[in-house]
Write a protein that binds this ligand. Sequence first.
Ligand SMILES: Nc1ncnc2c1ncn2[C@@H]1O[C@H](COP(=O)(O)OP(=O)(O)OP(=O)(O)O)[C@@H](O)[C@H]1O
Ligand SMILES: [Mg+2]
Length: 499
Amino acid sequence: MSDDCLVRMENITVQFPGVLALNNVRFDVKRGEVHILLGENGAGKSTIMKVLAGVNTDYQGVIYYKNHEIKSLSVKEQIERGISMIFQETNLLKNLTVAENIFLGRQPTKSNGNVNWNLMNEQARKLLDAIGSNISEKAMVSSLSIGQMQVVEIAKALSYDADIIIMDEPTSALSQKEVEGLFKIIRELTSKGVAIVYISHRLEEIIQIGDRITVFRDGRYVETVPVDGITVDKLISMMVGRSLSEQYPKLHVEPGEKLLEVNNLVQKDSLNNISFYARSNEIVGFYGLMGAGRTELMRAVFGVDPFESGDIHIDGKPVNIRNCLDARKHGIAFLTEDRKNQGLILDFSIKDNIPLVNFDNIMNWFGINQIMNTANCQKLTDSVRVKTPSLNQKTKFLSGGNQQKVVIAKWLNTDSQIFIFDEPTRGIDVGAKSEIYKIMNSLKKEGKAVIMVSSELPETLGVCDRLYVMHDGTITGCFDDMSELTEDEVIKYATGTHK
Ligand SMILES: Nc1ncnc2c1ncn2[C@@H]1O[C@H](COP(=O)(O)OP(=O)(O)OP(=O)(O)O)[C@@H](O)[C@H]1O
Ligand SMILES: [Mg+2]
């Protein structure tokens, strides 16, 4: 093994009940490099990194670390060796502060053995500043958004002074500024010889930050290539094994009547006199940077959070939505961005999650008709191509992207008129993304109103018929004709620099 090789994993196989997640794969990491791990949802990326990080100790194969063969036995041991990991889904303890989470189990102490709170907070502050984050180190994690939790996970992984940091989709919920902060840190770390394993479905990002790429497909090793000179199209074909002709399938349909209309909605501190509408047969986009108020707006419309003033009309009639049940009754479906906490019951199977918002189509005199439920779930999961050994699989065992698809299947199972998708393609691979756009298109064709909240500009411009841009709780731009709209123009509105 050459000297700059930090880790070499050989013949790694991981078998879960009914799923061969990794089939004899290899992977190696050199000092000072950013090594991208690329593959579709369910390809086995998180699984191999959980082996390296000591989370999954039930594997076959050999791992060499700094020229010695090691056995990955526990997270603690791997951290002591110098391997730390930022997990795809956050695992923070909600009722502790940011600083307490970062230094959990290893708080700095004073000479008398008591926790040195000042020092701990100070160190946490330094880490957060380094990422360019203004989250308070003293904030309770329960008060943070999903993007902010991701920042805390990053700070925590950085705090170990590791030789290898594994980042499993670290930027999926970060703001542009935080992404830039993270990239700056990655460059500083690699210049000191630290190696980064980087997993992301954002292909532009991969080209920007990566040195080498390893591709997995269906639990198998495909190839390892340098990033130099690679294009997004090439990445796509390496990943899915074919080229993808239409990333954003456009469907032209005449828009119909206004199904949802919101007037002058005000929510103290977060939403400032918001008015918008969504018609049947159209996809309306809401673009903005993290914290612009898009999720808050959708939560208010769906009755999750109260608002001070403003009115909502559905099908031209004023409605009073006090809670999610009201929203459901009025035909609104809301696919939340936080699938782990709000979208799924992770201990339930796919089959038990999908009917959660609508039992009607599978009930008979005796309760739930299991045969009907299975057939219905099969149809829905096929339509979004969920990869799973069976419908009885607990959703916690699905890969991140496949969990997202189950959330979508759950809402497709309703007779809703208005579909709100909040970051529907977060963590979803390019192939599956275009599946989801096709689903939105078919809802549009059926006469539904589709609202898509997104932080990804290419998909916003590629998929939506009309667009609202938000900044700081206000709608700064409304575009009925998007044919001439450029990314630069939208960003000006999203940053409030358009005036
Ligand atoms: N604990 C588990 N029990 C059963 N199956 C599992 C478990 N963890 C993962 N799997 C399965 O192993 C396969 C690989 O999953 P993995 O999470 O590694 O995919 P991934 O490449 O990280 O995908 P994504 O891009 O969606 O995050 C998937 O089919 C997944 O459903
Ligand atoms: Mg994963």
